[in-house]
Design a protein around this ligand. Structure first.
Ligand code: B12
Length: 230
């Protein structure tokens, strides 16, 4: 089987297993994909196409919410395991979070993984992150970059003042469907266009090669009563 046919086959096998509530089967196919292919190819050519197809089937009513939730939970578990195994103790640091109200995190997890592969440390805050907590995390960790994702532009716009404050002390990047050039300007952020694997390369080329060499662990956390303005 050609490499291209094998990728198509893995996408089909994910559909067959995950949408039949076959947890062991779904994990097996995901494990095969990440073992056989480069991490970036497994994400771009298998996982992301599967997610798009799954969303289409769900929006057309071909599968139900239960199947979508089941598949999402298996995928989230597998991505978490990979993030754990790819975690680094040195290199530039990226903080990654979904904006408040945003629960779609696979794009962000994919970017965290791709950044790890490029030599970055990542601090993954996940879905629905309050901007006050993000601010505090940035004060604590002094990351080289912050990457925020949201499917709706209002999720960024509603937090313009907080995001502009964060952008004063770190390199701020926004991504996913809600990120536009106008919103980026409003938030003093850069717009990471394209898929998460591509975006990781763009960020790495812009910042990763020049970031000072740093290792974990970091400074002590600031006291929570400290003002968060920088
Ligand atoms: C899995 C999933 C969920 C899961 C998420 C689980 C999780 N832990 O992440 C759950 C069940 C929580 C969920 C909930 C909902 N979902 Co949903 N979901 C999906 C699904 C199937 C996959 C999403 C995904 O991860 N895709 C992979 C990403 C990478 O692809 P993408 O979203 O197309 O993003 C592209 C770019 O924007 C960019 N990108 C995206 N994220 C990032 C991040 C970074 C850092 C970068 C650089 C780039 C990037 O890369 C992609 C291009 O390759 C999509 C279908 C689809 N087409 O994607 C629907 C979809 C996104 N969901 C949808 C909807 C409507 C919902 C709900 C409102 C449903 C409901 N009624 O409750 C809620 C909203 C939850 C919320 N408040 O955020 C719609 C959105 C429609 C719209 N345009 O607004 C979609 C498109 C389904 C559909 N066809 O209608 N969902």
């Amino acid at each position: 089987m050609s490499s291209r046919a094998r990728r198509t086959d893995l996408v089909a096998q994910l559909e067959q297993t995950l949408e039949a509530f076959d947890e062991a089967g779904g994990h097996r196919v995901l494990a095969e994909a990440f073992a056989e292919l480069d991490l970036e190819d497994a994400l771009s050519d298998v996982l992301l196409p599967y997610l798009h197809g799954m969303g289409e089937r769900w929006s057309k009513g071909a599968i139900g919410v239960a199947q979508e939730h089941f598949a999402s939970n298996v995928i989230r578990t597998r991505l978490s395991l990979l993030m754990n195994s790819e975690a680094r103790t040195e290199g530039p640091l990226a903080v990654l979070a979904c904006m408040p109200g945003e629960h779609h995190e696979f794009g962000l997890m994919a970017m965290a993984l791709a950044l790890s592969r490029l030599g970055w440390r990542t601090c993954y805050l996940g879905a629905d992150t309050p901007t006050t907590e993000l601010d505090l995390t940035c004060l604590t960790l002094h990351p080289d970059a912050v990457v925020l994702a949201a499917h709706s532009h209002t999720a960024f716009e509603a937090h313009g003042p907080s995001l502009r404050r964060i952008a004063r002390s770190t390199s701020l990047h926004i991504a996913a469907g809600g990120a536009t050039d106008d919103v980026s300007e409003l938030c003093h952020a850069s717009h990471l266009d394209g898929d998460p694997v591509w975006a990781a390369r763009v960020l790495h080329d812009a910042l990763g090669r020049t970031a000072p060499h740093r290792t974990s662990p970091h400074r002590a956390a600031p006291h929570r009563d400290e003002p968060s303005a920088v």
